[in-house]
Design a protein around this ligand. Sequence first.
Ligand code: PRP
Ligand code: URA
Length: 254
Amino acid sequence: MNFSDRQDTCYTNYSLRLEFTGSFNTNNSDDILQIDILYFGKFRKNITMLNLLKHPLLTHKLALLRRKETDTREFRETLKEIAGLMAYEITRDLPVKNVIIETPLGKCKTQELAVDVVLVPILRAGLGMVDGISNLIPTARIGHIGMYRDHKTLKPMTYYSKFPDNLPNAVVMLLDPMLATGGSSTDAISVLKDNGAKIIKLVCVVGVPVGVERILKDHPDVQIFLAGLDEKLNEHGYIVPGLGDAGDRLFGTK
Ligand code: PRP
Ligand code: URA
């Protein structure tokens, strides 16, 4: 995968063009980034699989999250706000149903959400994204996947999972601020699928091309949402420039 229009080490403000050069056996990047999908029984064409969300507020808050001077309290608050801002875009295509309600002054034909939403943070750092989204969707139920990367191999180890019973019928948002090698997210998506999840949106704050490529390859049916796309991983598997260790910054463990 080649990322064109590259002008700096983080791409939040730049439009993105992707060329897939992996094993998908296609010369047309749109085939990878846009697929046709069965969505709540309706066939939808050209769903964009990689979504780099751009908004001045989001960019501003991401800059704050990245700053090394940002302390735990501010990091926690900012991650929550970023998740809420991202949710606004991510939920744009949720189905709604017609309802008639009564205002103090009369009847009103309007619409309500017609689908369950389940939020699944990957522990630990994904926990920091839950409140920002559940404040907007208070009916969302919440599952958990516990996972950590082995420091030497960078392979994810799963230590916990628990989901609400509406997982198979819900829009599932998998939450993790960091998409690095992609190992944790791809394994977490497999766990969700093994438990019946069908519509999964992966919501990460910062990613790198190698992680994005891994998800597109392993789970081409999963939409990815990012607020920033950075250049690379360092030798320890950390995103550069990234924001450091998200779990440690969120919980003040270092
Ligand atoms: C971080 C992060 C992701 C994972 C990303 O978690 O929150 O879950 O690394 O890396 P990957 O894409 O290479 O798998 P970590 O393993 O540090 O666990 P923690 O949140 O408990 O600190
Ligand atoms: N996990 C993190 O917390 N940060 C990174 O940069 C990569 C993985």
